[in-house]
Write a protein that binds this ligand. Structure first.
Ligand code: NAD
Length: 258
């Protein structure tokens, strides 16, 4: 039991105390976030238990080549994906999002690098977020590259405008990185630099299988790698802390310790 009354087992307590000490001593500390962070907000992950890839959706349907070949079919499948992924009454940040926001506010974390596209870090008021995979809250025109809010464009698509088009005649695409696309260059190079500079690199809620984001832990030099994920990852053997526990328990507990 910790001071707030939550159940935290002894091994976990030891790891959290060690990690809190390392975070306190760090000049640069950064978090890399994955879909597991939003699971408690009702947004399913792609992999791991109950992941939607394979069983429910085929990742090939969301490849860049599908968007180019069959933009109407791509959008139809994308609307189905939103229906499946997004709670009908809207997703809210959970205690793990708020804990991260607090860690940035307090200067414990210098930045949050996120693979998530759900906008919940912003909703939690987190500063200095690097969106590696873009945001589902926006769409971008494939011709003039202008962006706009996704809501009205999605409504047009649901009303039958498939694919939805920009006034310039181009086709709107969700402003996220599809399979077969490169990461946004500025965000990617910032993330790589931060990883290389970090004294502590904390991964939370990521299967660490989607490259190039999943290769960021390999960029850290002498820094400490800490992972908090329900399942094993490819860095589990080399991480200084490999915490197999729920992020909504671990991150708020870290905030309390710090
Ligand atoms: P992933 O789906 O590959 O893996 C998520 C991991 O989180 C799994 O290993 C799972 O065991 C773990 N997990 C689930 N609930 C957890 C919890 N409560 N506490 C701790 N761990 C938990 O996610 P990824 O590594 O981010 O990569 C997937 C890709 O999917 C990314 O490109 C991302 O853009 C996209 N994605 C985003 C969202 C979102 O924005 N919320 C949701 C699904 C997928």
């Amino acid at each position: 039991m910790d001071e707030s009354g939550s159940e935290v087992d002894t091994d976990l307590c030891g790891s959290l105390t060690g990690l809190a000490g390392d975070l306190r001593a760090a000049d640069t500390a950064v978090a890399l976030i994955g879909a597991g962070l939003s699971a408690a907000s009702g947004i399913p992950t792609f992999r791991g238990e109950d992941g939607v890839w394979g069983e429910v959706f085929d990742p090939a349907a969301f490849h860049r080549s599908r968007f180019e070949r069959d933009p109407a079919g791509f959008w139809r499948d994308r609307l189905d994906l939103y229906d499946h992924m997004e709670p009908t009454d809207g997703a809210e940040p959970n205690p793990a999002h708020y804990a991260l926001a607090e860690l940035v506010d307090d200067g414990v974390l210098d930045a949050v690098i996120t693979q998530n596209t759900d906008g919940l870090h912003s909703a939690a008021g987190t500063g200095n977020v690097i969106e590696l995979h873009g945001s589902n809250a926006r769409v971008v025109c494939d011709r003039c590259e202008s962006t706009r809010k996704a809501g009205p464009v999605r409504r047009r698509a649901r009303g039958g405008e498939l694919p939805p088009t920009c006034p310039c005649g181009g086709i709107y695409k969700p402003d996220v990185v599809l399979f077969g696309e490169l990461l946004p260059a500025v965000a990617h190079s910032r993330a790589e630099r931060l990883a290389a500079e970090s004294d502590v690199f904390l991964v939370a809620g990521s299967s660490l299988t989607v490259d190039p984001a999943a290769s960021l832990p390999a960029r850290i030099g002498t820094g400490t790698l800490a992972i908090c994920n329900l399942e094993r990852t490819r860095y589990s053997d080399t991480a200084a802390y490999d915490i197999r526990a729920d992020v909504t328990t671990v991150l708020p507990a870290l905030v309390r310790l710090l």
